[in-house]
Ligand binder design. Structure first.
Ligand code: LRH
Ligand code: MN
Ligand code: MN
Length: 431
């Protein structure tokens, strides 16, 4: 595996921090042992954790109003993979990348796969894009894609999704994520039921093109760009469509795609109960689809989501394997730093949820001891598992402190000189 950050530098940085880490790890180990928990078991859980990185996250995102490009942004999918490899090298928690087409469409899929292989990266779910027009495209998506009134537009959108499956197959992916912005901006603009019927017709064609061992993830989103009525706006619609399509269709929960105050962990519990939880796009938000860094606003919510996942894993065993992906947009931070931090925050929630004594929690629930039940969750959430996460990274060859090590490496400066700024460049391909 090609290391983009000098392994000697990582070892040197780690050596400086190792005595401190060992002391913190031993102290935490002692505290957990008194609670009847084995730190080694938790560290090995942390070592097994993985969350995929979105290819579009390594560039500066931008908003509807402006984009302020960062230095050394990746100019193509190969450079995006390089940045993703840095994230994985230092965190050892992000061994896969979720690509977005046509933004990441390679001229030669085999060459792209080899580039990823050499970096020790695999491909997670491929994402289709029928929410914007591409230059060479015949029919516009202005009035919808999979739900468009015009049959030719729907056919074009279906064809694009099938091409994504083909590309994904060549890259070794096993799932297609479909998010469409289709909907209406005005009451009366569209027949609400008719739009969903057309969506299902289109999705049936896409579903039919899935290889046997593939899934299609339906990603819902409350609003934007359709500000009055989005066709796939909520988990109920997503669930109904996934059920109508068949067993390979599952629901994807993007944490930023709900109304404020929605109980997302309960949605997770419902989808898990009915076998339709396909995966996640982790991020955080205060107002809407803010795409802020995971755990930066509401880490307790993230923990509660993982608490439900721990419950589902206990009930369903190895068959329960939702896909974990980040989906963030970075406007004021170095995207590599944000994604490294975010991967660690999601991993943190995973380990904290594993601290919950589920047998005791069930007993407290049975005896209606509300206060102690709530405290049992809070005790797990309040435990600082940072030494476990750092130890897990070190044992896998990563960095004790990924951000410090990344800064010491000077990778961004090197990228800035190797990748001169392009006027009007965009991380995602939106120009
Ligand atoms: C839509 C979304 C979806 C897209 C990505 C770029 O808001 O979350 O996952 O593919 O952003
Ligand atoms: Mn998303
Ligand atoms: Mn989104």
């Amino acid at each position: 595996m090609k290391d983009l950050i000098d392994a000697g530098l990582v070892a040197e940085q780690n050596a400086k921090a190792s005595a401190q880490l060992q002391a913190d790890y031993d102290a935490l180990g002692g505290m957990l042992a008194r609670r009847g928990q084995d730190i080694e078991a938790l560290t090995s859980l942390a070592q097994d954790f993985a969350v995929a990185v979105p290819s579009w996250g390594v560039g500066t995102g931008g908003t509807r109003f402006a984009r302020f490009p960062g230095r050394g942004e990746p100019r193509n999918v190969f450079e995006k993979l390089d940045d993703c490899a840095v994230i994985n090298q230092l965190t050892r928690a992000t061994p896969a990348v979720s690509p977005h087409f046509p933004w990441d469409k390679p001229t030669d899929a085999n060459e792209l796969r080899q580039h990823a292989d050499a970096l020790g990266l695999a491909f997670d779910a491929v994402n289709s894009n029928t929410f914007q027009d591409q230059q060479s495209q015949e029919h516009t998506y202005k009035y919808g894609s999979l739900t468009a009134i015009a049959a030719a537009t729907r056919a074009q959108a279906v064809k694009h999704n099938i091409e994504c499956i083909e590309l994904g197959r060549e890259l070794g992916s096993k799932a297609l994520t479909v998010w469409v912005g289709d909907g209406a901006n005005f009451p009366g603009q569209s027949n609400l039921r008719g739009a969903l019927e057309r969506y299902l017709d289109s999705m049936r064609e896409i579903y039919a093109a899935l290889p046997d061992d593939w899934n299609v993830f339906i990603e819902h989103k409350l609003f934007e760009p359709a500000f009055y009525a989005t066709t796939i706006a909520d988990w109920g619609t997503s669930f109904a469509c996934a059920t109508a399509l068949g067993p390979k269709a599952k629901c994807l929960v993007d944490l930023g795609h709900h109304a404020p105050n929605t109980n997302i962990e309960m949605i997770v519990a419902r989808l898990a109960q009915f076998g339709k939880l396909g995966g996640f796009h982790f991020n955080d938000s205060k107002y809407g689809d803010d795409d802020l860094d995971s755990g930066s606003i509401n880490p307790f919510q993230l923990f509660l989501v993982f608490n439900e996942l721990a419950d589902a894993a206990q009930r369903d065993g190895a068959t329960f394997r939702p896909a974990y992906m980040l989906d963030q947009s970075h406007n004021v931070t170095d995207p590599i730093e944000s994604l490294m931090n975010s991967a660690v925050e999601v991993q943190r929630a995973y380990v904290q949820a594993a601290l919950v004594d589920r047998t005791r929690l069930a007993e407290l629930q049975r005896s209606n001891d509300v206060l102690l039940a709530a405290q049992a969750l809070k005790a797990a959430f309040r435990t600082d598992v940072s030494p476990i996460l750092a130890m897990a990274r070190v044992r896998k060859g990563g960095a004790v402190d990924p951000v410090a090590c990344y800064r010491a490496s000077g990778y961004r400066d090197l990228a800035a000189s190797a990748r001169p700024a392009k006027a009007g460049a965009s991380s995602s391909g939106i120009v």
